[in-house]
Design a protein around this ligand. Structure first.
Ligand code: AMP
Length: 282
């Protein structure tokens, strides 16, 4: 496995691979790899000749009061895990390599980026789309792999690829969960034992709403109240947003029909966690 730190080295290698007619699968990550990331790497391994994992804690997607400084970083461990899944290249640039002095360009998917998480975290998705566009340019992937866990991010990236006619196939894979249903996240490690136990309520609340839909509930307000009531039973979990939206446009729905996304964000102790479920309403 090769580890590349410089953009131009990555571009050169990618060009060589693509000129040889081989496919590249890219898994963009911020490191602190867990089973969620590994599931993406495995899919990339199955579907491509060359697998590139990027490890970059992107300062531009963190707000000034967010956890950039204390985000977990352990490149040695990430390299070991990436290598054990058959990764060919880890691209791990420094922030100064990605954003040299004078850098002032950004890529923004309007509208979709200012809703939901974007409203809570101004500038977050601009940071994400800018770095993902740069990674697509550097790695020239045939396919790029994202998790449903960050559902809004996946929708925005699909839109960016469609709008800019980028030659990459976006693959969005299911959320990998702990045994109690909590979505795996690099941030879970920062929960205390009690917080960790209580955090399981997010998935339970979403599945309870899903059950209600299967039992015929079509009123988003009542579903939101149901989710909120369940979350409130856990004293250390404070719901920030509970949204029931059209899965394609992320617009709130008045009555449930078609593919619907139920999204929650919550504070658990110092951490902010998100989760979602997609439901096909017939
Ligand atoms: P991150 O390192 O948090 O930026 O995540 C990198 C990629 O892994 C993103 O596409 C995430 O959506 C995806 N991811 C994170 N957690 C999970 C999970 N529990 N299951 C599936 N994919 C995930």
């Amino acid at each position: 496995m090769r580890v590349l730190r410089r953009v131009h080295h990555m571009v050169r290698l990618a060009q060589k691979v693509r000129l040889a007619g081989q496919t590249i699968g890219l898994v963009p990550t911020m490191g602190a790899l867990h089973e969620g990331h590994l599931s993406l790497i495995r899919a990339a391994r199955r579907e491509n000749d060359v697998v590139v994992v990027s490890v970059f804690v992107n300062p531009r997607q963190f707000g000034p009061t967010e956890d950039f400084a204390r985000y977990p970083r352990d490149l040695r461990r990430d390299l070991r895990l990436a290598s054990s899944e058959g990764t060919d290249v880890v691209f791990a640039p420094e922030a100064s390599e990605m954003y040299p002095k004078g850098f002032c360009t950004s890529v923004e998917v309007e509208g979709l980026s200012s809703r939901l998480e974007g409203a809570m975290r101004p500038g977050h998705f601009r940071g994400v789309t800018t770095v993902v566009a740069m990674l697509f340019h550097a790695v020239q992937p045939t396919r790029a792999y994202f998790g449903q866990k960050d559902y809004q991010q996946a929708v925005i990236i699909r839109r960016m690829v469609e709008d800019l006619r980028l030659l990459v196939r976006v693959r969005v894979l299911p959320t990998i969960r702990e045994p109690d249903g909590l979505a795996m996240s690099s941030r879970n490690a920062y929960l205390s034992r009690v917080e960790r136990r209580e955090a399981g309520v997010l998935f339970r609340a979403l599945t309870s709403a899903e059950d209600a839909i299967h039992d015929g509930e079509r009123d988003p307000q009542r579903l939101r109240r149901r989710i909120s009531r369940l979350i409130q039973q856990q004293p250390r979990v404070r719901a920030q947003e509970i949204a029931i939206v059209d899965a394609g446009t992320l617009e709130p729905v008045k009555t449930l029909t078609g593919r619907v996304a139920m999204l929650v964000s919550a504070r658990v102790g110092r951490m902010r966690l998100i989760d979602n479920l997609l439901v096909d309403v017939t």
